[in-house]
Design a protein around this ligand. Structure first.
Ligand code: PSU
Ligand code: MN
Length: 309
C-alpha cells in the first residue's frame, strides 16, 4: 500500500471523517494576491468566516516540500510573510516536494490537492483564465485545464477583466466545465458585477448547487462546477476607475516584457497600487463573500451526505 504524501490538519481530517462541511482555500491569493502585511490578517479572516459558520477551513499550501491541507498558524504566517514563497501550480507540485520548496498553491494546484484529500468545495476570489492577446502569446492559465478533470465545486467572482473573459468562457465550454450563475444570468468580472456575457445556468441557493453536484456524481462526471458569485452593484469598484487602471496595467505589462507565471501577479499588483487601495477593499469583500457562499454549499453538501446514509 502506498501512503499519500498529503498531510491533513487534525481539524480537517476529523471533519472529513465525520462528514462535516469543509471548504478549501488557496494560498497564492495570500502570497501573491494581497500585499504584505495586510495579507496575513486577511488569511486569518478568511478562515474565521468559515469557523463562525460551523465549517472547517482547509487552507492549502506546500510547506518545506510537504503538501498541507489545513495550515497551522506557523504555516499561514510563513506563506504570508516569507518573500521566498514561490507560486506553485499543479505541474510544479512534484518538483516542489522533491526540492523541499515552500510554495503557495494556485487554483489549479489547490483544487488538485483538495480533491486528493476528499474535499468537494473550494472558495477563492478570481480564477486564472485566458489572457488578452493569447492568440499570440498562448498564455492561458493552467487553472482551466485542471478544472476540466477535477470533481470540485469552485466559488469565484469570475475572472478579472485583466483577462479575456469571453475567451475564458469559450475555453471553459470546450473543456466541459460547468458554469452556474449564483442568482445571476451574467458572468461577473470580479471587480465589477457584470461582464456583459450571458451564462446558461442560474441557481438560487446553496442547495441548488449541491443538487447539481449530486446529479453530476450520479453520472460519473469528473469535471469542476464553477459557481459565479457577483458582488452587488453598490459594492463593485467604480467602473470608470476600473477601466482607466486596467488600460494602464495592460500597457505596463507590455512594456515590461513580463512572461509566464509572473504575468498575473504583475497585473494584480499594478492594479492594486494604482487604485489607491480601493481595489484592495473590494478584493477582500469579494473573497469573503465567496467564502461565505462556499461554506453554505459545503453545508448543503454535507447535509445531503447525511441524508443519503
Ligand atoms: N486571479 C485573481 N487573483 C489571484 C489569482 C488569479 O484575481 O490571486 C491567482 C490564483 O491563484 C490563480 C492564479 O490560480 O493567480 C493564476 O495564475 P496564472 O494566470 O499564472 O495561471
Ligand atoms: Mn500564464
Amino acid at each position: 500500500m502506498s501512503t499519500s504524501p498529503l498531510v491533513l490538519s487534525d481539524a480537517v481530517r476529523q471533519a472529513l471523517a465525520d462528514g462535516r462541511p469543509v471548504v478549501a482555500l488557496e494560498s497564492t491569493i495570500i502570497s501573491h494576491g494581497f500585499p504584505r502585511p495586510r495579507n496575513l490578517e486577511v488569511a486569518r479572516r478568511f478562515e474565521q468566516v468559515l469557523v463562525e459558520a460551523g465549517v472547517t477551513p482547509a487552507t492549502i499550501a506546500v510547506v518545506d516540500g510537504v503538501p498541507r491541507v489545513g495550515l497551522d498558524e506557523a504555516g499561514l504566517t510563513r506563506i504570508a510573510e516569507d518573500p521566498a514563497v514561490v507560486k506553485v501550480s499543479s505541474r510544479d507540485l512534484g518538483a516542489a516536494m522533491v526540492q523541499g520548496v515552500t510554495g503557495a498553491t494556485t487554483v489549479a494546484a489547490t483544487a488538485l490537492l483538495a480533491c486528493r484529500a476528499g474535499i468537494r468545495v473550494f472558495s477563492t476570489g478570481g480564477l486564472g483564465g485566458v489572457h488578452r492577446g493569447a492568440a499570440e502569446s498562448f498564455d492561458e492559465s493552467a487553472d482551466l485545464a485542471a478544472l476540466s478533470r477535477l470533481p470540485i465545486t469552485v466559488v469565484s467572482a469570475g475572472v478579472k477583466s485583466i483577462l479575456d473573459i469571453r475567451a475564458t468562457l469559450e475555453r471553459l465550454e470546450t473543456l466541459g466545465v460547468t458554469v452556474l450563475g449564483y442568482r445571476t444570468s451574467r458572468y461577473p468580472a470580479f471587480y465589477v458585477t457584470d461582464s456583459g456575457v450571458d451564462i446558461d445556468w442560474r441557481v438560487e441557493s446553496a442547495e441548488d448547487v449541491a443538487a447539481v453536484m449530486a446529479a453530476q456524481d450520479a453520472l460519473g462526471l469528473e469535471h469542476a462546477v464553477l459557481v459565479a458569485n457577483p458582488l452587488p452593484p453598490d459594492r463593485q469598484l467604480d467602473p470608470e476607475l476600473h477601466d482607466r487602471v486596467l488600460a494602464d496595467a495592460l500597457a505596463a505589462a507590455q512594456r515590461s516584457g513580463v512572461t509566464g507565471k509572473a504575468v498575473t501577479p504583475f497585473l494584480l499588483d499594478h492594479f492594486q497600487r494604482h487604485t489607491q487601495g480601493a481595489s484592495l477593499e473590494v478584493n477582500i469583500d469579494i473573497a469573503v463573500s465567496n467564502i461565505a457562499l462556499g461554506g453554505g454549499i459545503a453545508t448543503a453538501w454535507a447535509r445531503r451526505g447525511v441524508l443519503a446514509r
